[in-house]
Design a protein around this ligand. Sequence first.
Ligand SMILES: Nc1nc2c([nH]c(=O)n2[C@H]2C[C@H](O)[C@@H](COP(=O)(O)OP(=O)(O)OP(=O)(O)O)O2)c(=O)[nH]1
Length: 198
Amino acid sequence: MSAPPGISGQYVNINSGGDEVAWLPVAKAKHFTNAFVVDEKGQRILLGYKKRGIGQDLWNGFGGKVEEGETVTQAAARELKEECGIEGRPVPCGFLLFTTAQNTSFSFFIHIFRVEEWTGEPVETDEMRPKWFSTNPDQTTSESDSPSIPYDGMWADDIYWLPKLLAKIPFQGRADFSVEENGPSGGAMVKWWFGEQV
Ligand SMILES: Nc1nc2c([nH]c(=O)n2[C@H]2C[C@H](O)[C@@H](COP(=O)(O)OP(=O)(O)OP(=O)(O)O)O2)c(=O)[nH]1
């Protein structure tokens, strides 16, 4: 399948699926960030449990809307600090075009970052409850007390691209949802496409 509307460039290792329906129209871009702190040495990733707003009750990276006058990287660093109290250096690693049939007035242009350098300890805020998860699929609890990544409690598309972020493979893709909420079994995701950039 060729890249869907809104995604340009050359890709390999494409993973796509969902219903045989047309992609939703790409509307005016609203830019968001999403940053994942990865502790390579400790084989763990920091996620936050979203306490309110879009994606409430899901585990996710830290991020939000890009404000006027700031770059997406500046926005990623600001949101990381606001949502879990740590200062980090976000490095761009992927892009997700997220659209919902519920809201067609704009499309979510989500800039995804990896953070390997940071200072401070994560703290709980009004928006997020941070927690470390293991990035080593073979390691359960013996050497680390971090549980494995809770894909069942995340946005349904994340399982297609978070492994690429962990492997430092640049990716782009899109996911069309029926509604802005993610059902318990990810039932709101209608169609998706993810590829690795060449
Ligand atoms: N991992 C992942 N993140 C997503 C998906 N869809 C989606 O909007 N997000 C992210 C992008 C943003 O980081 C976040 C939504 O932005 P937000 O947290 O600012 O939204 P909000 O309305 O709750 O914000 P706020 O103004 O109350 O702070 O959710 C998805 O499919 N997967």
